[in-house]
Design a protein around this ligand. Structure first.
Ligand code: PLP
Length: 414
């Protein structure tokens, strides 16, 4: 038996797996995770363990803890208190022992944030999108989902898993969306799924105009505000709060892991819709609920950001300053009205090379963004300056990028 050839035994599993990884290397988009520890209270300073003798100090430029709330004293104190009060985990699903008072309080806080009747927590933003979209479209027979072409992978997964008809409209293209809506049976249930801030481009959806189309064609709306909650609107309710249109959206979805600085995801909607998802979504039902320690931290974060705009203002100012510095230095910073600062490279190997040099020589940590997160040929560096990034740090970053752009002769190509 031992001498039997691989062909005779069938699939060579290990070769298939190795080839799958080799393909990523060949395309220059094999992902290397940088091993870091953030220094509490000193964000964006951190320690890096990758490829060095011992930890080396670095500045983090690509965190989605946009407002450094993950290190806010109120958040840390709330988590410590919860840990000592109730212990580490929730001990169960929401239905079986895991419905802690922290969860109930946070859902009330999030419903209020978006002016909705109810909210529902999930273990991540990814799960909230997948579970809600897949369940909604199953509960609505013959539902058609209209999805922006740049929607996040979690929305795409939810739509696919619902098994419903899907129409993809060109990014933020109202005319195309209307064309698709008008072409379908007027009586069919419809749902338009889109994001407010597109996190890789840094642009914003025309929410009010999409709601107008939804009204005209009797469609429901599903808005992913993952990159906007905590950061836009007078209380951090996102772009829908900023634009005064939250009441027009059927479902608003958000994360607790980015601007709120901890972990988890949620939807906010009217009571009946939330009850449907709570009752039918496997991704909500069959999983241990978030640790009460995490939920306590999020509660402190959401409550703080509802009444403090200092972090939001600081972030907007930092983003504007960095964009101006990069533009003035002749670097290909992408236009956009949000806090995200993407610098286009257009090649996966070069994007990785720039990121490697920044880390090794300048102590600057920014992850290259490659396919499938962005389309091929649109590889980029994505900077997320926040209130804790000083002008001196931005100047150092800009100077480093200019030096590397010259060294790699990227100017002509950019
Ligand atoms: C637009 C969008 N939606 C959803 C998610 C998932 O959120 P989470 O990180 O909480 O799973 C992300 C995460 O990166 C995202 O960018």
């Amino acid at each position: 038996m031992k001498t039997e050839s691989i062909e005779a035994r069938g699939v060579d599993y290990s070769r298939v797996f190795t080839q799958a990884i080799d393909r990523l290397h060949a395309e220059g988009r094999y992902r290397v995770f940088i091993d870091i520890l953030r220094n509490k209270g000193m964000f964006p300073n951190a320690r890096c363990f990758a490829g060095h003798n011992g930890p080396k100090p670095i500045t983090v430029w690509c965190s989605n803890d946009y407002l450094a709330m993950g290190q806010h004293p109120k958040v840390i104190a709330a988590m410590e208190e919860a840990l000592h009060d109730v212990g580490a985990g929730s001990g169960g699903t929401r239905n079986i022992g895991g419905n802690t008072h922290y969860h109930v309080d946070l859902e009330g806080e999030l419903a209020d944030l978006h002016g909705k009747q109810a909210a529902l927590l999930f273990t991540s933003g990814y799960v909230s999108n997948e579970a809600t979209l897949s369940t909604l479209a199953k509960v609505l027979p013959n539902c058609i989902i209209y999805s922006d072409e740049l929607n996040h992978a979690s929305m795409i997964a939810g739509i696919r898993n619902s098994g419903c008809e899907k129409r993809v409209f060109r990014h933020n293209d109202l005319a195309h969306l209307e064309e698709l809506l008008a072409a379908d049976d007027a009586a069919a249930p419809k749902l338009i799924a889109f994001e407010s801030v597109y996190s890789m481009e840094g642009d914003i959806a025309p929410i009010a105009a999409i709601c107008d189309l939804a009204d005209k064609y009797n469609a429901l709306t599903y808005l992913d505000e993952v990159h906007a909650v905590g950061m836009y609107g007078p209380r951090g309710g996102g772009i829908s709060e900023r634009d005064g249109v939250a009441h027009r959206l059927t479902i608003i979805e958000g994360t607790l892991g980015k601007a709120f600085g901890v972990m988890g995801g949620y939807i906010a909607a009217d009571r009946t819709i939330v009850d449907v998802i709570r009752s039918y979504a496997p991704g909500f039902i069959f999983t241990t609920s978030l640790s009460p320690v995490l939920v306590a931290g999020v509660l402190a974060s959401v409550r703080h950001l509802k009444q403090s705009s200092a972090e939001r203002d600081g972030q907007q100012a930092a983003a504007a300053t960095l964009k101006a510095m990069l533009r003035d230095a002749g670097l290909p910073v992408m236009a956009g009205e949000t806090h995200i600062v993407p610098v286009m490279v257009g090649d996966p190997v070069k994007a990785k090379k720039i990121s490697d040099i920044l880390l090794a020589e300048y102590g600057v940590y920014v992850q290259p963004i490659n396919y499938p997160t962005v389309p091929r040929g649109a590889e980029r560096l994505r900077f997320t300056p926040g209130p804790a990034h000083s002008e001196a740090m931005m100047r150092e970053l800009t100077d480093a990028l200019v030096e590397i752009w010259d060294r790699l002769e990227l100017r002509a190509a950019a």
